[in-house]
Design a protein around this ligand. Structure first.
Ligand SMILES: [Zn+2]
Length: 278
């Protein structure tokens, strides 16, 4: 699934192309994309509006349209946005004509969504219950992580994946951040030392910045606007590297399951959680 760096890559590529341009047409081929709003109603509301800013919130793309309308897109598992492809791509669910360009939303698994929110208040109240702090915001640090995690007995990895705590982290970047911070993914979220929260906050920022720098990771469906692949998968230290040597200690990378997700770690560099006595 596209995570913060992948969505940010798309945003960065698309913004200069669409900002200031008019949406001439939006054709919703799969009504499930914007349900319960009817496809025709969405198309009518969006048509003719100018794109002010293309922003990102967590893993959402926020099209800020004239008249204070927000079109909020989530790519989910397999969604990709393709600009002016030579051949019409398969699995297209939405087609947008923006300025002189055609944008196709291709999404084989059909989990991606689009929804309209009228005004900033509606946007903020929608996001408030879904997204926690942005990792690149000033307030994101070890002290904040520690406060958020206080009293949480569940493991740290699902805590990081919960978008209501920190926005934008998914399975790849959680594994990579926990490895860099030397924290076992099964450690209780609320039981880390203050220094570990600080290391984790730094590691989260580091891996997300490295992901943005590499224009995302293309292990499954993620592609750039022109169909090209990101390269962060070549820089994974542990994710999808089971049995390969740990870059720090040379021991084998292990794969376990945490909260139903394939999870990669080095058992030596990320010591197992201490068992409770008695
Ligand atoms: Zn190691």
């Amino acid at each position: 699934m596209p995570e913060l760096p992948e969505v940010e890559t798309i945003r960065g590529q698309l913004a200069p192309i669409v900002e200031g341009r008019r949406i001439r047409e939006i054709v919703v081929l799969d009504p499930r994309w914007c349900a319960p709003l009817e496809a025709a109603a969405l198309a009518q509301a969006v048509r003719g509006r100018t794109v002010g800013r293309l922003a990102r919130r967590g893993k959402y793309l926020d099209w800020q349209l004239s008249g204070e309308l927000h079109l909020l897109m989530h790519l989910r598992m397999t969604g990709t946005l393709l600009l002016d492809p030579a051949q019409p791509p398969p699995y297209v669910r939405v087609r947008m004509l923006v300025g002189d360009h055609t944008l196709h939303f291709s999404d084989p698994r059909r989990f991606g969504t689009g929804q309209l929110l009228a005004g900033d208040d509606q946007l903020e109240s929608f996001l408030a219950s879904r997204l926690g702090i942005e990792p690149f915001d000033e307030g994101f640090d070890g002290a904040l992580l520690r406060t958020l995690a206080r009293g949480r007995r569940g493991p740290i990895k699902p805590f990081l994946l919960d978008q209501r705590n920190v926005a934008g982290i998914g399975n790849i970047y959680a594994d990579e951040a926990l490895f860099r911070a030397g924290i076992h993914p099964l450690r209780a979220a609320g039981a880390l030392a203050p220094k570990q929260y600080a290391r984790l906050a730094d590691a989260v920022r580091e891996v997300l910045a490295a992901g943005v720098d590499a224009k995302g990771a293309s292990i499954d469906d993620f592609r750039h606007l022109d169909g090209a692949r990101g390269s962060f998968q070549d820089r994974f230290l542990v994710h999808r590297r089971a049995d390969e040597p740990c870059p720090d200690c040379g021991g084998p990378i292990s794969k376990i399951t945490v909260g139903g997700r394939g999870t990669y770690l080095c058992r030596h560099c990320q010591p197992v959680p201490r068992r409770r006595r008695g």
